[in-house]
Every structure is written in structure tokens, then in C-alpha cells.
Design a protein around this ligand. Structure first.
Ligand code: NAP
Length: 301
């Protein structure tokens, strides 16, 4: 009999991850802020908890997939939170992207309640969440990782990165790469398109050479069609780049390219684009260059 799992935070990522746990045969208790999201997963076979504490009380392991550090603090440490309901010995796995400092702080509070905690942020986006192919970066003890591994395998490929907080440190590295890559892809497409070359052609060529990258593979087919439905919301990537800045200061590492990406995402948010996919950062560069990247097929239509 597989252990009962609690899942809290059923957004763009959480819903498909919860579905993959159900498909793998785990009994599931869920909670989220928006009732419709809970109903969708209950319809797939889960049970609804009245609060985070209620979900934790029914589960041997609890997974959270929340937006930001304050949300994680509230859901774990708040009056109706996970630690108010969890039995000692419960395994807690936070898969949100938050600051390494908050991850360590919440893990210490969990340990005081007799619970083990792992930080386990992910990469691979909504596509990886649906396919169950997320790259999962785990911080915590080897013994807790051993308990979590079979559960995490239902959602992707887990790799232990070190002790508590190490998963979030690797996620910081990941967000430097994706943030800077998005800006590089945007600059290349803005220049190429303004010079009169079809962006679909540019993307096809770049994917065949050294400039090939995950961002181009994942979003390249959507940008020239002006499809900026999220995906990964720009306000969340801005949040991640803010965590990157904090980590740079904390560890004494200058991060000039990531700082530029942070400012460009800030400009996108200021222009009202926070709910758009993070690939919409190209619209900031388009505004600066007075042009728009659009496929020849779109322009002809
Ligand atoms: P999202 O769509 O905003 O989902 C977050 C979910 O948490 C929402 O359902 C939200 O409810 C719920 N929530 C927030 N506060 C809550 C609370 N106090 N109690 C219960 N539920 C609460 O975000 P997402 O895209 O799934 O991202 C989740 C995390 O994964 C973020 O840390 C993000 O940086 C990271 N991530 C995302 C991607 C991606 O491609 N989307 C990729 C890698 C990592 P409401 O809908 O009511 O606000």
C-alpha cells in the first residue's frame, strides 16, 4: 500500500503534478486557495482537506507547490498550517521556488515538531509537470531523500544536491541561466526580425547549432505566434530573479547578466505583463527597438 500524500498549491504546476501522483497510485489529500482547482483534482480521485493542517493530519508525506517564500511560511507555520496538523515523523517536501534562507528556516521549524523536510524545487515548466519529466533539485538529509525518492519519481527526475537549502541554491543557478537565456533569445529575435528575416527561420537555424538552448526549444515555437499565455508567469520569474540578487549579495558573487535580466523583467511587470508567460520579456526589447517579432505566416494572415 502506497503512503497517503498531501498536496497543497494546485496552480499551473501543482495540478498536473498532483495528477501524476494519482496516476502512480498514491492516495491523495489536497488543498488550495481557489476551490475550482481543488474540485478538478477531487474529480480525478483525490480527497479535499479543509485546510493545510487538515491535509497534513491525513498524510504520511506532504508536498507544497506555492508561489513565494511568504506563502510557504504561512502554509507551514500559520495557525491552520501544516505544522499545526502533521504527526511527528511526517515527511514534508516543499517544491516551490523560494529563498534558500526561508527553506532552511522552515526546515528547522519542522524539525522542532519532529518532522523531516526537504527543499525540492523543479525545472521543466508546465510541459515537464504534465509529462512527469521535471528536473527535481533536492536539499536535505540522504535518509529523507531515500524516503522521498519513490514519490518524486512520479513527477520527474530527483537529484540530491546537498543538505537543507542546497536544492534552492541549485534552482538559483537554474534561474540565472533561464532568465539570461530568455533575454538573449529575445535580443536575437528582435534584431533578426527588424532586419527583415522571418523569426521562424531564425529559430530553426539556431536550434541546429551551438546557440540551441532549452528556452529556444521550449518557447521558440510560441513567440513568433504572439502566444504569451502562461506557462511560467513573468511575476514569478521576477520573484526568482529577486532571489538570485539576494543570493548574489549573501554569497558575495556579482551577477551582472542576471541583474540586467532582473531589470528587464521589472520593466515587463511595470508595463502590466506580470501574468503573461516569461517569454513576454521580448515585448520590453521590442518596445525599445520599435518593432515586433511576428512569423511571416502570422503577418500574411
Ligand atoms: P501558480 O499557478 O500561481 O500556483 C500557485 C498555487 O498556490 C495557486 O493555486 C495558489 O492559489 C496556491 N496558493 C497560494 N497561496 C496559498 C495558500 N496560502 N494556501 C493554499 N494555496 C495557496 O504558480 P505555478 O506556476 O504553479 O508555480 C508554483 C511554484 O513553482 C512557484 O514557486 C514557481 O516559481 C515554481 N515554478 C513554476 C514553473 C512554471 O513553469 N510555472 C516552473 C518551475 C518552477 P490561487 O490560484 O488562489 O492564487
Amino acid at each position: 500500500m502506497k503512503p497517503t500524500i498531501g498536496f497543497i498549491g494546485l496552480g499551473i504546476m501543482g495540478k498536473p503534478m498532483a495528477r501524476n501522483l494519482l496516476k502512480a497510485g498514491y492516495p491523495l489529500w489536497v488543498h488550495s486557495r481557489t476551490r475550482a482547482d481543488v474540485d478538478a483534482i477531487v474529480a480525478a480521485g483525490a480527497q479535499a482537506g479543509a485546510s493545510s493542517a487538515d491535509v497534513a493530519a491525513h498524510a504520511e508525506a506532504v508536498i507544497t507547490m506555492l508561489p513565494d517564500s511568504p506563502d510557504v511560511e504561512q502554509v507551514y507555520l500559520g495557525p491552520e498550517g501544516i505544522l499545526a496538523g502533521a504527526q511527528p515523523g511526517t515527511l514534508l517536501i516543499d517544491m516551490s521556488t523560494i529563498s534558500p534562507t526561508t527553506a532552511k528556516k522552515v526546515a528547522l521549524a519542522a524539525a522542532e515538531c519532529g518532522c523531516s523536510m526537504l527543499d525540492a524545487p523543479v525545472s521543466g515548466g508546465d510541459v515537464g509537470a504534465h509529462k512527469g519529466t521535471l528536473s527535481i533539485m533536492v536539499g536535505g538529509s540522504a535518509a529523507d531523500f531515500g524516503r522521498a525518492e519513490p514519490i518524486l519519481l512520479a513527477m520527474g527526475k530527483p537529484l540530491r544536491c546537498g543538505e537543507s537549502g542546497a536544492g534552492q541554491v541549485v534552482k538559483v543557478c537554474n534561474q540565472i541561466m533561464t532568465g539570461v537565456s530568455l533575454v538573449a533569445v529575445a535580443e536575437a529575435l528582435v534584431l533578426g526580425a527588424k532586419a527583415g528575416v522571418d523569426p521562424e527561420v531564425i529559430i530553426q537555424v539556431l536550434l541546429g547549432g551551438l546557440a540551441r538552448c532549452g528556452v529556444l526549444e521550449n518557447r521558440g515555437n510560441r513567440i513568433p505566434r504572439r502566444d504569451f499565455a502562461p506557462g511560467f508567469k513573468s511575476r514569478l520569474h521576477y520573484k526568482d530573479l529577486t532571489i538570485v540578487q539576494e543570493a548574489g549579495r549573501a554569497y558575495g558573487v556579482p551577477l551582472p547578466a542576471a541583474s540586467l535580466a532582473h531589470e528587464l523583467f521589472g520593466a515587463l511587470l511595470a508595463a502590466g505583463g506580470g501574468e503573461l508567460d516569461h517569454s513576454a520579456v521580448i515585448t520590453v526589447l521590442e518596445a525599445m527597438a520599435c518593432t515586433e517579432v511576428r512569423s511571416a505566416k502570422e503577418t500574411d494572415a
